[in-house]
Design a protein around this ligand. Structure first.
Ligand SMILES: *Cc1c(COP(=O)(O)O)cnc(C)c1O
Length: 389
């Protein structure tokens, strides 16, 4: 009999727009860091829907918060307010340490960055400087500031007035930024590009350049934020004060939510200048509040840092591993040979889910609720795979 995974695969090819590689398995359920496919095969999850299921699958706090909220009211639109999004905004503002920060809610990372691009126009300036290798999303505005040629090329012309400079290179940035620059946008760690970290002190340098020219300093914390790298926004290891912070991925704990935080030094939208029908949706906001409650109650940010050390220590001893980069539970395992895709398939055959961002890099971004035992399981399977290849 044909497996359910195979049937779903055929159906996928038949009905889903071919913008993604056809997935080899179809996931139907899960609990925590265990996921189950259509044939009943179980996996340990080390990618969490690309750094998104911060608390894993079916976390009781999220299930409870969402269930309660959906029984009350699902959607109010921006004509009305709702306590869930107000509570969430208040908490995000607290995390920034800026009492005058204002939050715009949307549904994805791309939308959060679109909001940032539009906000930057309110400075009266039009130019944006972004980084090579960056990823800010797939909509036309977000793609315009994404520094990856292959993703941009078929869709030219994109927004004009965008300049790219090498990530981590302050000298080039200094040359590119001037009094016509509205915004400089940077990821604390380039997640999609293979978990690439800038040199230490880089973000401080970016801020200095922005302050001198009057450009807004925007941090895209979509992948690094919500505790994944050990802090709320992923940049706090450097003493910086950005003007804009964007969030999504982990924010809704698996439900679609994005946010653009405008600090007091950023311009503000006037009524009618920006909006989103589903933004600040009470169900999704309830999930995000449950994510924050759980990260705080279970001290998951400390755990992320502790497990980072464990992962790095043990991965670095494995033959074939060149280096391990990243912070907290966003790690890139750089291989000596370009076999990351094979490694990821072999891991999957051993019931471990991870992801290859390129031929050299295996990315892991497990749910923040994983345990030391899960780390050991990963290390054991990964060692087996590396020994076999
Ligand atoms: C994933 C990602 C985005 C895009 O988020 P979507 O929700 O897919 O639109 C933007 N920026 C960064 C840094 C990301 O990792």
């Amino acid at each position: 009999m044909e497996s359910s995974n195979e049937l779903y695969k055929r159906e996928f090819v038949d009905v889903i727009a071919p913008s993604y590689t056809t997935p080899s398995i179809t996931l139907v359920s899960g609990k925590g860091a265990t996921l189950v496919d259509a044939d009943g095969q179980k996996y340990r999850d080390f990618i969490s829907g690309i750094a998104t299921n911060a608390l894993g699958a079916a976390h009781p706090k999220i299930v409870d918060a969402v269930s309660k909220q959906i029984k009350r009211i699902s959607h109010v639109s921006n004509l009305y307010s709702n306590p869930q999004s107000l509570r969430l905004a208040t908490r995000l503002r607290e995390f920034t340490g800026d009492r005058d920060a204002k939050i715009f809610f949307c549904n994805s990372g791309a939308e959060a960055n679109e909001a940032a691009i539009k906000l930057s126009r309110l400075t009266g300036r039009k130019n944006i400087v972004a980084m090579t290798g960056s990823f800010h999303g797939r909509t036309l505005g977000a793609l315009s500031i994404t520094g990856q040629e292959s993703k941009r090329k078929p869709f030219l012309p994109l927004l004009g007035n965008v300049k790219f400079v090498p990530f981590g290179d302050l000298r080039s940035l200094k040359r590119a930024v001037n009094r016509r620059t509205a915004m400089v946008i940077v990821e604390p760690i380039q997640g999609e590009f293979g978990v690439v970290e800038p040199p230490s002190g880089y973000l401080q340098g970016v801020e200095e350049i922005c302050r001198k020219s009057g450009a807004l300093f925007a941090i895209d914390a979509v992948q690094t934020g919500m505790g994944r790298t050990g802090t709320w926004f992923g940049f706090e290891t450097e003493k910086i004060r950005p003007d804009i912070i964007t969030l999504a991925k982990g924010l809704g704990g698996g439900l679609p939510m994005g946010a653009m935080i405008a600090l007091k030094t950023a311009p503000s939208f006037s009524p009618g200048e920006h909006g989103s029908t589903f933004g600040a949706n009470p169900i999704v906001a309830a999930a995000a509040n449950a994510v924050i409650d759980t990260i705080e109650d279970q001290r998951l940010m400390d755990r992320a840092v502790e497990l980072e050390r464990l992962f790095k220590e043990r991965l670095n001893t494995i033959e074939g591993v060149k280096s391990v980069r990243g912070r907290g539970l966003l790690l890139g395992i750089v291989l000596k040979e370009p076999r990351a895709k094979e490694v990821v398939s072999a891991l999957q055959a051993r019931s471990i889910l991870a992801n290859a961002t390129s031929d050299e890099v295996v990315r892991i971004a497990p749910p923040l609720i994983i345990t030391k035992k899960d780390v050991s399981t990963f290390i054991a399977r990964f060692s087996e795979v590396m020994a076999e290849l």
